[in-house]
Design a protein around this ligand. Structure first.
Ligand code: DOR
Length: 447
């Protein structure tokens, strides 16, 4: 029997409505007891002092690009899950835009097998909506469901054909799988490089208008209403999308949504920066789809996250190699490495009073679990909570610790961050997966 006792932290477990000083005792990989001084009762335990720290369920990411198989030069399941652990994540849902894409039972099984071998946290694969992500015919959803996917998505691209999307939604209801759509109308964003706004005009880059996202959000909500299916909107980025989702939810439509740390906190102005000679330069690390938007959008996204119109923070961790980014802007790959900075970046909203800490924790733990019903799956009961009997997945956090982001220290192979050299306030101190420490900083004090 292995026992781990985490002493005297402020335990925030939104699923249980718990917020107070307590000990968390994990026995044989499962939460055994949570309460004041519970740790003192156990003998022969490994002990961690969490005095002055926050203890929460391990974070759950609905949107991670692990790149394996096919793009191991960008990331692997081993490096991506180590990055997850450093970010406080104990469960990541892996997007299927790999090579081959996860559109068959064999491809999904290969990811699960590799994860068993090399992952240090839980990997839940997502299957493709369409075969080869080509947007022409449906992938075999039944086969994918049997292989264990937790959702369907062609993320990176939208399913553009409305008839195909309708059938994907209808079909998904048989397998209780959410259909997670990357909402951007490919015709409206064609050749677009960044948000359509004044920065794009200054830089002479073709824009991706907010309406390209909103048209697809509106269309897919209508299709979800027609089919009664579960539509999930990936990486919501505009105030207009928030309004559409809020109205649909008020009507009782089964639509859930996620927002990324970068869309919550960074604007399109990140794309341009002035060099030593005050010439405007382009920063390809700010290239992401959908693009970074404007202040008004950021405020609407934060309010929607606070009010529960958006269910979850999801990282859209999209690692790319230097050769994918250190090239002309219109050739650069879109996406940001995010797992290791997600908590610190989101903490900006807590420090500036837009979100409470328990609400942020909710949206990174039980929020995503409930959005996709992940805890209904065999073996995942109790995911996202610290209730007795639940999985022993825990994050230990210091909401006040300041640190400077140094991509050279990332576990991820991706160094494509906008935050290099910037200060963040809020740091992951340790991550425990199945009762085992999978990440710890020098601040972890064993008692
Ligand atoms: O910027 C992005 N990068 N957006 C996506 O939807 C896909 C992702 C990637 O796979 O690199």
């Amino acid at each position: 029997m292995t026992t781990l006792a985490i002493h005297n932290g402020r335990v925030i477990d939104p699923a249980q409505g718990r917020d107070g000083i307590a000990d968390v005792v994990i026995v044989d990989g499962r939460i055994a007891r949570v309460g004041p001084n519970e740790g003192d009762m156990v003998v022969e335990a490994e002990r961690i002092d969490a005095t002055g720290l926050i203890v929460t369920p391990g974070f759950i990411d609905l949107h991670t690009h692990l790149r394996e198989p096919g793009f191991e030069y960008k990331e692997t399941i081993a490096t991506g899950t180590r990055a997850a652990a450093r970010g406080g994540y104990t469960t990541v849902c892996a997007m299927p835009n790999t090579q081959p894409p996860l559109d068959s039972r064999a491809a999904v099984e290969s990811v699960l097998r590799e994860a068993e071998h090399s992952a240090c946290v839980r990997v839940l694969p997502i299957g493709c909506i369409t075969r080869g992500r080509a947007g022409r015919e449906l992938a075999p959803a039944g086969e994918l469901a049997m292989a264990g996917v937790v959702a369907l998505s062609d993320d990176g691209d939208a399913v553009a054909d409305p008839s195909l999307m309708r059938h994907a939604l209808e079909y998904s209801t048989q397998f209780l799988l959410p259909v997670a759509q990357h909402c951007e109308d490919p015709q409206l964003v064609r050749d677009g490089q960044m948000h359509e706004g004044w920065v794009a005009t200054r830089l002479g880059l073709r824009g991706r208008p907010a309406s390209a996202e909103e048209i697809f959000v509106a269309r897919d909500i209508a299709l979800a209403e027609m089919s009664g299916a579960h539509l999930h909107i990936c990486h919501v980025s505009t105030a207009g999308s928030v309004a559409l989702i809020a109205a649909a939810r008020a009507r009782g439509t089964h639509v859930t949504a996620e927002v990324t740390p970068h869309h919550l906190t960074l604007t399109h102005e990140e794309v341009a920066f002035a060099d030593d000679y005050r010439h405007l330069r382009y920063n390809t690390n700010a290239k992401v789809n959908p693009p970074l938007r404007e202040e008004g959008d950021l405020a609407a996204l934060a309010a929607a996250l606070r009010d529960g119109v958006i269910d979850a923070v999801a990282t859209d961790h999209a690692p790319h190699a230097a050769m994918d980014k250190e090239i002309e802007f219109d050739l650069a790959a879109p996406g940001l490495t995010m797992l290791e900075t997600a908590f610190g970046l989101c903490m900006r909203l807590v420090h500036d009073g837009q979100l409470t800490l328990p609400t942020l924790i909710e949206r990174m733990t039980i929020g995503p679990v409930r959005a996709w019903g992940l805890d209904r799956r065999p073996g995942l009961e109790g995911l996202g909570t610290l209730a007795p009997g639940a999985l022993g997945d825990v994050a230990i956090l210091d909401p006040h610790a300041e640190w400077t982001v140094d991509p050279a220290t990332f576990a991820s192979k991706g160094r494509n961050t906008l935050l290099a050299g910037r200060r963040l306030r809020g740091r992951v101190i340790a991550t425990i997966y199945g009762g085992r420490l999978v990440y710890e900083t020098e601040r972890v004090v064993a008692l």
